[in-house]
Design a protein around this ligand. Sequence first.
Ligand code: NA7
Length: 515
Amino acid sequence: MLYKLRDDLGLRVLVLEEQDGVGGTWYMNRYPGARCDTESVVYSYGFQDERIADWRWSGKYPKQDELLRYFDFVADRLDLKRSIEFGTRVSGATLDESGSTWTVNTADGRSLRTQFLISAVGMLASAPYAPKIPGLEKFAGTLVHTGAWPREGVDLAGKRVAVLGTGSTGVQTIPQVAQQAEHLYVLQRTPQFTIPARHHEYDDATWAEIQRQRPALFEKARWSLGGFPWEHNGKSALDVSSEELEAVLEEMWARGGFEFLWGSYKDLLTNPEANKLVTDFVKEKIRARVDDPVTAESLVPNDHPLGSRRPIVDTNYLETFNRDNVTLLDLRRDALVGITETGVRLESGEVPLDVLILATGFDAVTGPYLRMDLRGRDGKRLADKWETHGPRTHLGFATSWFPNFFMVGGPGSMFINYAILMEQHVEWLADLIARVRESGAKVVEVHEDAEVHWAEHINQQVDRTVIPLGGKSWWTGSNIPGRERRTLFYFGAYRRYRTICDEEAASGYQSYAIS
Ligand code: NA7
């Protein structure tokens, strides 16, 4: 966004960043095993700039430290850091009476004025979530949240360690922690489906071939279902023989990653009957990967179908339970009662610990926004507005009562390959801002009925998927106790979303009042 607005549009731009370096989620999530589960080749910038063209990814999925090096490389090569103020947390922002200027307040007591305020706070990392477990504050060992992992690391060697949480983060860190700890206890409340990543390093010949194909891969991803460069085979899983189904699923399983779900049959995530076929396939894979049948059954999800929660990609997660130094503690059978000074207390008794790792996720999607006190027209607070009606936005870009305020990937946009989505958002928002400036207008605000219409649309659309069967999860904001389920994303095809965005621009931004 900075590059686009500053270097393409020639605007005066300042980025305020709470952390001391670039990278966002990859700056904060330094836990062992942190790795992107979107393939590196399309989890990077797609715009052409020869200054960053010589970057080379080491393999299929980039690790956290490689991602951090990438963002640093881009920021340095494009000379971005001179426009970024690091170590500055925004505590809030207030619109002035003219409706055209925001006063942004920082946690260190300063205020800055700007015509346009763009939030790129993301939807997860800036708001880690730790459950209120009785006695948590009494724990005398090392307590660490994966999303706030210390830069200097945590010494796990020879320690009795527990990981609480088995979402994407827990699934990534558990195999790595198991290699370091004397003993690892995995505290699992809800078992999850995981698909093997099949990570591999790129040799020079592979990388040269990927480089050759890269522009075409990006173009494909930009007009795909989920921002990935592959397509389903056009068939229903219900229209093929069981032999053909098995063969295709086995082939996709061998390829690994999200391609298993989005690159095979067209109805795995939309038709419950088709979904059951693939859900059963993955349940059998879980049983085959875990030696002990009792542990295996505890790891098989039985309260939600595959794809109804955020799918998880793993490397050796289930095999980790075959190690002698790893114990699965199934909290559905033996409830977590509380934390003591020396460990965790289950119904069956206490498990002594040196280190407790919370892999308990985030106050996702709305949390990063509501940590800031944003006040729009007539002093309306964003928290109050979103509390009353849910986080209504227009396509995830803007929300009424908050003129000249925009979001990159806000609630109501999509949960897909974020690199592809972000770049589209940046371009769309830059075009809108350019249009406002060219017209000589000062204020742009989305019409309330446009966001009401979009909220209705995404609510209808989600009912055509298996997502309503997913129980409580961050995808619906219901991972936070007491919070009602909400549709936070458009779960249709990305190419359809992109077309809707393009049509809005082509209409001259008919959903917006520009004055
Ligand atoms: P998630 O996916 O929200 O997972 C959080 C995990 O923590 C999940 O297994 C939860 O169990 C568990 N949890 C949360 N609170 C509790 C309590 N009170 N007791 C027991 N277990 C609990 O967060 P992640 O960090 O793994 O991933 C978030 C996203 O970041 C990920 O999807 C990627 O897009 C990047 P539950 O399932 O609620 O029973």
